[in-house]
Design a protein. Sequence first.
Length: 140
Amino acid sequence: MSNKYFWLAAGIALLIGAGVAYRAFLRPPSRAPVSSGKTVRQTVVARENAWLFDPEVVEVYQGDRVILDVVNEDAYDHGIGIDFFGVSQRMPPKSTITVEFTATQLGDFPFYCSVPCGDGIYKGKKRTHFDMTGHIKVVP
Ligand SMILES: [Cu+2]
């Protein structure tokens, strides 16, 4: 190995070593990735001709890996968007989709139907696409 390549390799090794040391010993806990090591799986249902998600609140612990099986009971498309966790997926008619994210932050994070899906009367009340909302509640 020529001298030039030796120093290049040594420099790279030093950088990697510094990164490993930072992650292991120096990074403040508040900056570390949050993971509880647990996975929770829950079903959320877009009820047939109801323009709502059931349940409207999904509570998880901070750091949980969250798997949501989202059911569309309707004969037309819906979607699920959870902006904060980077979730946006279309739900074909009469189908179940699965979305996944890690609940890294404490707080309430809205989810909503991301596909304009019309409106109608449910239990005597007018409901619309814009009523299809809920939130992910992340607790300590
Ligand atoms: Cu919708």
